[in-house]
Ligand binder design. Structure first.
Ligand code: SF4
Length: 80
């Protein structure tokens, strides 16, 4: 029978969160230590960029503006 608490979080498998995790709603406090309830190693999660489960940070998506010659675009559209 499952208990109300989640003993796996206090097992030592889950490493403490890092500074970049501050403000994320995945952070829980277990035995006076802040850990991530999604990933066991927050440091590794942030190694290659923004954590994909971070609720407090959004990736910076930039769109490139491409100039289109209206005349060429029209001809291209007519050709198909
Ligand atoms: S989900 Fe990502 S950002 Fe949030 S606490 Fe876990 S590792 Fe940190």
């Amino acid at each position: 029978m499952a208990s109300a608490s989640k003993p796996i979080y206090g097992s030592g498998i889950f490493k403490p969160v890092i500074e970049k995790c501050e403000g994320c709603n995945q952070v829980i406090e277990v035995e006076a230590q802040k850990i991530c309830k999604t990933y066991t190693s927050p440091t590794a999660k942030w190694k290659l960029g923004i954590c994909n489960f971070a609720s407090h940070v959004k990736p910076d998506l930039s769109t490139a503006t491409v100039k289109i010659n209206p005349l060429k675009a029209s001809k291209r559209a007519m050709g198909r």
